[in-house]
Design a protein around this ligand. Structure first.
Ligand SMILES: [Zn+2]
Length: 164
């Protein structure tokens, strides 16, 4: 379940203004789980790919299959350490978060997809590394056709009802 602070962009940690600085948030998770203090920022090793889940840029813990920790990534502090397990497979060091080179185009295509302003969710805005922008555009077309078809069905029902 995701309640987005904004629906007009694919959000990152910075858009959740009430949560405070990214490092404080991860540090607080570490404290609650007795994982100790955060490693210094210069202890970085390895890369995790950012992906889009329900309108948010996130990264998933590579410590599979033990851990499925997922974190909203920070735009201006693009490092990841798992707040659930502390990333022991990376010797407790930070990963660098990598955004795709065609990020802007991916975001533009995803932002064309409908959201639910009532629940502030964007469940149709998803992207995985390896999915091409052509594929995303095709999905958008399929969405548009489905919505058109649904609208046509509704107006048909109204027409039938008004005859009675
Ligand atoms: Zn983890």
């Amino acid at each position: 379940m995701s309640h987005l602070p904004r629906l007009d962009k694919i959000v990152t940690h910075e858009d959740y203004t009430l949560e405070g600085p990214y490092l404080n948030l991860i540090g607080e998770c570490f404290r609650r789980r007795y994982l100790g203090g955060l490693p210094p920022l210069n202890q970085q090793h390895g890369i995790v790919q950012a992906f889009v889940n329900a309108g948010r840029w996130v990264a998933m813990c590579p410590n599979a299959p033990k851990c499925h920790g997922t974190v909203r990534v920070a735009e201006f502090m693009a490092v990841f350490i798992c707040p659930a397990c502390g990333s022991p497979e990376n010797k407790g060091r930070w990963y660098v978060v990598e955004f795709p080179p065609d990020r802007a185009e991916i975001e533009t295509i995803l932002l064309a997809r409908p959201t639910d302003p009532m629940t502030r969710s964007a469940k149709y805005r998803n992207w995985q590394p390896g999915e091409s922008t052509a594929f995303l555009r095709l999905e958008n077309e399929i969405f548009a056709h489905r919505r058109l078809a649904a609208t046509a069905r509704h107006s048909h029902v109204r027409t039938e009802a008004s005859r009675e």
